[in-house]
Design a binder for this molecule. Structure first.
Ligand code: BDR
Ligand code: CA
Length: 311
């Protein structure tokens, strides 16, 4: 099994990504690190612990990381994920699982040093923890196997500002550092593809009425409503689960290797991911940009996996 660390700011779709990773049985999840993002660091940690309890995967360690972006202040996304980040689901659950001692940055560094060349980092949140890890231990870059980032948008429009996607917008300095760090394989699962991976109520119905299916139904209801108001389709865009799925099966997406950088000094365009499709800047490609996705295949994988069917 692939060794992975998931880095999350557990909102609605991070939770679905965690469930996909756990239920797949095909990943060796070394730990889940949390970060400030959709909700506060503390809330993201509690949500992650709840989701692991729901999945019966309390053995997976949860480690807290940065409580704010490197230079900027927090920008929560309660609009989309609800006050608690899980769309109100699991609000009655009593949480006994807790985060481990220690900091996410040290956890990432320690695990990568322990398993050089073997660890895949799946980042579904602002990139603060990874940027801090690279600054603290630059050799990390050569020792990580691959990085999969849910973030950015290279051809379409943003989801926070007209040009910026949320994870990159919240900590653009961190994203810039991570993109430029020199990882041998960094895949960007951007809005260009995650907006094509839409989970509908019909999909959820096909999952039956297990505790997991009911959880998915409840946690995504308000999210679907918000999505419909803005995009005209009642669905849940599977941003973070798609990043997990790409770690499971890279063939779900079509990628191209390009130079990508992040705007950090613009009033209008801060957090924009700029992809140099025609190599006008004459830079080495640094990011495998996803340009297409086998959306139905991905959604089937998600549904089958949450139904407990081994693929
Ligand atoms: C990303 O932003 C967050 O709100 C989601 O959890 C996802 O990681 C989508 O832009
Ligand atoms: Ca997220």
């Amino acid at each position: 099994n692939k060794k992975v660390i998931l880095d999350v700011d557990t909102g609605v779709d991070d939770a679905l990504g965690i469930l996909l990773a756990v239920q797949s049985g095909k990943l060796d999840i070394l730990g889940i690190t949390t970060v400030n993002g959709n909700v506060s660091l503390e809330q993201a940690t509690v949500n992650t612990c709840k989701v692991l309890q729901l999945a019966g995967a309390e053995h997976i360690p949860v480690i807290q990381g940065a409580d704010k972006p490197i230079l900027r202040s927090s920008y929560f996304e309660h609009r989309v994920h609800g006050k608690d980040g899980l769309g109100g689901a699991l609000s009655d659950m009593s949480v006994h699982k807790q985060a481990e001692e220690g900091h996410a940055v040290d956890f990432i560094i320690d695990q990568v040093r322990k398993h050089p060349g073997e660890v895949t980092l799946v980042m579904t949140a602002p990139l603060t923890n990874l940027a801090l890890a690279v600054m603290k231990y630059p050799e990390l870059v050569q020792q990580v196997k691959e990085v999969v980032v849910m973030g950015g948008v290279v051809q379409g429009f943003g989801n926070v500002t007209p040009t910026a996607e949320y994870n990159i917008y919240v900590d653009p300095e961190a994203a810039k550092l991570v993109f430029k760090a020199g990882f041998s394989s960094l895949t960007l699962v951007s809005l260009d593809v995650t907006r094509k991976a839409l989970l509908t109520e019909a999909h959820i119905d096909s999952m039956g009425d297990s505790p997991l299916a009911n959880y998915v139904r409840e946690s995504t209801a308000d999210y679907m409503q918000r999505y419909q108001e803005r995009n005209g389709v009642r669905a849940c865009a599977m941003h973070d689960p798609l990043a997990v799925a790409v770690a499971l099966n890279p063939e779900l997406v079509v990628t191209k290797h390009h130079f990508v950088d992040v705007e950090t000094r613009s009033e209008l365009c801060d957090g924009q991911t700029v992809c140099d499709f025609q190599n006008r800047l004459l830079q080495q490609p640094n990011v495998h940009v996803c340009l297409n996705v086998a959306a139905e295949e991905f959604l089937e994988l998600f549904i089958r996996t949450l139904r407990g069917e081994r693929n």
